[in-house]
Design a protein around this ligand. Structure first.
Ligand code: MD3
Ligand code: FE
Length: 200
């Protein structure tokens, strides 16, 4: 495993080996069955190219009512529990004395991207956010604490884990593109990104 520090983001390249990635996908299968991926729309009514769902007490949703955390999936059921294998990664890397209450699951198919944004729907920005990449490679762009300015990009590969804490917690970031078909982890291709958060 190699470690990269970029603008306060702690990037653990190759944190999960191939068998651990396969185990994580197996643990996520029942989660995705219970809480299917859906396509959120922004407050302005545009469909996002990324499909999403969540696990944990709270899940992140976006629709005409805006962005927020909700205790139920849009189809009305409680979000499934965050799998233990996922929580074990948080325990190992987050250095936080509580567990996350949300695991947001983003799925990137061919052509999906996520524009530069800040994550600020959580109640307390002093908790870190932990991201786990699975499947196809993604070009991750890191900006600044305010909009604009120079950015730096890094490819995230399957098995990489990123920890965003401290001053980096409010840094602008996004996914420019994925290399669709670069990984064989997901049978239908694409990329799953898990972000573990303390929302409340
Ligand atoms: C920096 N996801 O879900 S993960 C997101 O790959 C999101 O799906 C991207 O941005 C993805 O909000 C990037 C890296 C990441 C996640 C959350 C962050 C970086 C972050 C929260 C605060 C600062
Ligand atoms: Fe984000």
């Amino acid at each position: 495993m190699t470690r990269l520090l970029l603008r306060g983001f702690d990037i653990r390249k190759g944190y999960l080996d191939s068998p651990a990635q396969t185990r994580l996908i197996a643990a996520l299968r029942p989660v995705l069955k219970a809480a299917p991926l859906f396509r959120p729309t922004t407050a302005s009514g545009k469909e996002m190219s990324v499909r999403m769902t969540s696990a944990g007490a709270l899940g992140w949703v976006s629709d005409k009512g805006g962005y927020r955390y909700e205790p139920a999936h849009p189809k009305g059921i409680a979000w499934p529990a965050i799998p233990d294998d996922v929580l074990a990664i948080w325990r190992d890397v987050a250095a936080a004395d509580r567990l996350p209450d949300c695991c947001l699951i983003n799925y990137y198919g061919e052509g999906s991207r996520m524009g530069l944004h800040q994550d600020r729907d959580e109640a307390d920005f002093s908790w870190p956010v932990v991201s786990i990449s699975l499947g196809d490679d993604a070009l991750f762009r890191i900006g600044n604490p305010t909009r604009g300015g120079k950015t730096e990009s890094v490819w995230l590969n399957s098995g990489d884990v990123v920890i965003m804490g401290g001053p980096a917690r409010l840094t602008y970031h996004g996914i420019d593109r994925i290399r669709f078909g670069s990984s064989r982890l997901l049978p239908k291709g694409g990329r799953l990104n898990l972000t573990l958060r303390v929302a409340t």
